[in-house]
Design a protein around this ligand. Structure first.
Ligand SMILES: Cc1cc2nc3c(=O)[nH]c(=O)nc-3n(C[C@H](O)[C@H](O)[C@H](O)COP(=O)(O)O)c2cc1C
Length: 277
C-alpha cells in the first residue's frame, strides 16, 4: 500500500522506505498511479483470522457461504468486525460464489440442474470427491458400488491445500445415511450430496431470489460461477440481467470507469488512516 500511495501519475514516484516484520523495501515505485488509487483487494478466507484480515484490509470478500442462512450469519459476522478498523459497512462488499440454472418453467430448471450435476460428477470425479472426505487413495474403489466401508482417516495428509468443509466423520455419516435412505451408489451419493446449485428456476424467480438475498443481508452482490466456460454467463446476461435492471437491482449504465467504481467502493484511504497490514 505504501508503494501504491507513493506512485505518481507520470511514474516518477515518491521515495519509499519501509521496514516491517515481513518486508524491507527502499526505492521508488516506477509505475504510474492506478486510476483507482489502489487495485481492488479481494480476499477469501473463512477462519476467524481470515475474517479479521478481510475486515482490516479487503475491499471484497469472496465467500462460499452462498445459502440464505449461512450467508446472513457470515455477513453479520464480517460487517460487525469493521468498526474496530474504522471502516463502514459499505466499505467491504460480501460476495458469495454462486451458481445458477435457468428453465422456462420451475420444473424444467430443476431437470436441467439434475442433468448438469450428473454430467459434472463423472465416475472419476465421484472418487475424487470421496477421497477429499475419506482422506485415502480410492482409485480402486467402484463408483457404482456402495460407499467405502472404512471410516475417514481424519489425520490424513493424502489431500492437501483444500478448505475443510466440516468434520470428515460427520460428513461420511451423513452420506452413509443418504445412501441407505435412497439406495444410492457411491457416485449417486456424491451427485445427491454435493454440487448443489444456488439459484435454480425461471429467470424471474432467479432474479427475485438474488434480490431477496441482498435485501436480507446475506450478500452485497454475487460472483457467478457458471457451469460452462466460456459462454456459461450468456443466459444470465440475456435473461436475468434485464429483469434485475427493471427491478432497479442492476445498473443500466456504467457510472465510472474502474472496477472500484463499478463495485461502488470508496476511494482508498490515505495510508496514515488505513493502518499498516
Ligand atoms: C470461497 C473461497 C475461495 C478460495 N479461493 C482460493 C483460490 O482461488 N486460490 C487459493 O490459493 N486459495 C483460495 N482460497 C483459500 C484461501 O485463500 C485461504 O488460504 C484459506 O481459506 C485459508 O484461510 P482461512 O483459514 O482463513 O480460511 C479460497 C478460500 C475460500 C473460502
Amino acid at each position: 500500500r505504501e508503494l501504491w500511495d507513493a506512485a505518481a501519475p507520470d511514474g516518477a514516484g515518491q521515495p519509499v522506505a519501509h521496514s516491517g516484520q515481513h518486508f524491507r523495501v527502499e526505492g521508488r515505485f516506477g509505475l504510474p498511479r492506478s486510476p483507482q488509487g489502489h487495485p481492488v483487494v479481494i480476499q477469501a478466507g473463512d477462519s476467524p483470522e481470515g475474517r479479521q484480515f478481510a475486515a482490516a484490509a479487503a475491499d471484497v470478500v469472496f465467500t462460499r457461504h452462498g445459502t440464505l442462512e449461512a450467508g446472513r450469519a457470515f455477513y453479520a459476522d464480517v460487517k460487525d468486525r469493521l468498526p474496530a478498523h474504522g471502516r463502514r459497512p459499505e466499505d467491504l462488499k460480501i460476495m458469495p460464489g454462486v451458481t445458477f440454472v435457468l428453465g422456462d418453467t420451475g420444473a424444467e430448471a430443476q431437470e436441467n440442474a439434475m442433468e448438469i450435476r450428473r454430467r459434472q460428477i463423472s465416475p472419476q470425479n465421484a472418487l475424487y470427491a470421496l477421497e477429499q472426505i475419506w482422506g485415502i487413495d480410492l482409485s480402486g474403489h467402484d463408483p457404482d458400488g456402495p460407499l467405502p466401508e472404512a471410516d475417514p482417516d481424519v489425520d490424513s495428509t493424502f489431500v492437501q491445500g483444500r478448505v475443510k468443509h466440516g468434520d470428515p466423520r460427520q460428513i461420511a455419516e451423513k452420506w452413509r445415511a443418504l445412501s441407505a435412505e435412497k439406495g444410492l451408489s457411491s457416485r449417486e451419493t456424491v451427485i445427491e450430496a454435493t454440487g448443489r446449485q444456488s439459484f435454480v428456476g425461471t429467470p424471474a424467480a432467479v432474479a427475485e431470489q438474488m434480490i431477496s438475498f441482498v435485501d436480507q443481508r446475506a450478500a452485497d452482490g454475487f460472483i457467478l460461477v457458471p457451469h460452462l466456460t466460456p459462454d456459461g454467463l450468456d443466459p444470465f446476461v440475456d435473461r436475468v440481467v434485464p429483469i434485475l435492471q427493471e427491478r432497479g437491482a442492476f445498473r443500466t449504465e456504467y457510472t465510472g470507469t474502474t472496477l472500484r467504481d463499478h463495485l461502488g467502493l470508496p476511494a482508498p484511504r490515505p495510508r496514515t488512516e488505513a493502518g499498516r497490514g
